[in-house]
Design a protein around this ligand. Structure first.
Ligand code: PEP
Ligand code: CO
Length: 442
């Protein structure tokens, strides 16, 4: 198929930084190439099997994490809290949907961001845009904004620390279903949703004890859960350097993450990102928005999944609550008519971003819930199935999205708005969404 990890360089690559020192870039890519991988091909293959099961209606996928990780947030409390909220949400979904849940963190590599413009101007001064910590720094100074290839190495290092800590927690019993209190977040004590959450946790505990009495032994399968990582495969130098062949297996694996996805702005059929992703053995995602037409959609299916295999291609629709009903039905019909195998996920975040009068970017909880609800309904009405959700959330008590059980207002956004990029659901809003989804799917 005339592909290699560098063949993307022959295509137009949008959203890439302009590195001023190409020799330094080449040195950084070369040293990244020699470092140990972050994940293994066995794990990648195992995830692919799970995604095929989700496609067959036997699993639900919960993908979530920050819009952008930052190097400064590579800290134990932040990592633990994010893991906790994802575990709690997945538990609620398992219970409500009566289905296994695949947990996909948006972390350990979510360090590069697409931007709407190459430059940013403040008070008459124009500098390169901030493209994520993998590229440059957010401070508005000429020095901070110069793309620095050393950051590729730093990003790999921080991703390794993150994934190491997550693995340690999970292997050590942090996610033991016998002990949900290990991953309680502080909110469980005082939230309006606490009782509903506690009731679900108690019900799971009861079922577990019932099964263990039947089995006459503790069920060790419930001592741990699995977790996979994902990030937007945006900065192709980073992805290329970690694309490897492994002994006794055919093909090339991106071993920087289990599940890379192509963002909406880089999903051009002839572009570098599609070229790169078509050649790797990992399952791959593509974000699709209202601009996608039938030819483009089918082109993505054929290019990214030429053998029409289950568990290979994930279409992540992000239309906006007001637009989804106008677009999703025709996309589902096209995929069905052509017999293409895909897993559908809903990203209810990126089509629902709005900018307030004061320039702050936010999202309304009700729009997010509405897009998820419509996604379930439209798939069901079209004889298809929504296989999961893709969310931007944090385990912290931030105030970035409006609404939710505490009904956060524009005034509240001043209290704890921390995102450098998109507004995230805070832990309580994220749990509320999970509880509502669980109730929807009973
Ligand atoms: C994102 O997931 O943060 C993102 C930029 O999404 P999209 O490509 O859908 O705009
Ligand atoms: Co985002």
């Amino acid at each position: 198929m005339n592909w290699n990890p560098e063949s993307w360089q022959t295509r137009s690559a949008v959203q890439q930084p302009n590195y001023p020192d190409s020799a330094a870039l080449a040195r950084a890519v070369e040293s990244l190439r020699g470092l140990p991988p972050l994940v293994t091909s066995w794990e990648v293959d195992a995830l692919r099997t799970q995604l095929a099961e989700a496609e067959a209606g036997k699993r639900f996928v919960l993908q979530g994490g920050d819009c952008a990780e930052s190097f400064a947030d590579c800290r134990p409390e932040i990592i633990t809290n994010r893991l906790k909220v994802l575990l709690q949400m997945s538990l609620v979904l398992v219970h409500g949907m009566k289905m296994r849940v695949t947990r996909l963190g948006r972390f350990a590599g979510q360090y590069a961001k697409p931007r709407s413009a190459d430059t940013e101007t403040r008070d008459g001064v124009t500098l390169p845009a901030y493209r994520g910590d993998l590229v440059n720094a957010p401070e508005f100074t000429p020095q901070a904004r110069i793309p620095d290839p050393q950051r590729l190495i730093e990003g790999h290092t921080r991703s390794a620390m993150t994934i190491n800590f997550v693995r340690g927690l999970i292997d050590g019993g942090f996610a033991d279903l016998h002990h949900p209190e290990y991953w309680d977040l502080a909110w469980v004590g005082h939230s309006p949703l606490a009782a509903e959450y506690q009731a679900r946790v108690d019900a799971i505990g009861d079922s577990l004890r019932f099964m263990e009495r039947l089995a006459g032994t503790e069920l060790h399968a419930f001592n741990r859960v699995d977790f996979h990582t994902s990030h937007e495969a945006l900065l192709l130098w980073y992805e290329q350097a970690q694309t490897r062949q492994v002994p006794r297996k055919i093909g090339w694996y991106n071993l920087s993450t289990h599940f890379p996805w192509i963002g909406m702005r880089t999903a051009d059929l002839d572009g570098a990102h599609v070229e790169y992703c078509r050649g790797i053995a990992n399952p791959v995602g593509v974000k699709i928005g209202p601009a996608i037409d039938e030819a483009w959609l089918l082109g993505l299916c054929r290019t990214l999944n030429p053998d029409n295999e289950a568990g290979r291609l994930v279409l992540i629709h992000r239309m906006g609550a007001g637009e989804i009903a106008n677009h999703l039905p025709r996309l589902i019909e096209t995929v069905k008519r052509e017999g293409r195998r895909v897993l559908w996920l809903s990203d209810p975040m990126h089509g629902n971003t709005q900018t307030l009068g004061n320039g702050i970017k936010t999202r309304r909880f009700d729009d997010i819930l509405s897009e998820v609800t419509q996604s379930f309904d439209i798939h069901a009405a079209c004889g298809s199935r929504l296989g999961g959700v893709h969310l931007e959330l944090t385990g912290e008590d931030v105030t970035e999205c409006l609404g939710g059980a505490r009904d956060l207002t524009e005034k509240d956004l001043e209290r704890a708005y921390r995102s450098q990029v998109d507004p995230r659901l805070n832990y309580e809003q994220a749990m509320e969404l999970a509880l509502k989804m669980a109730a929807l799917r009973r």
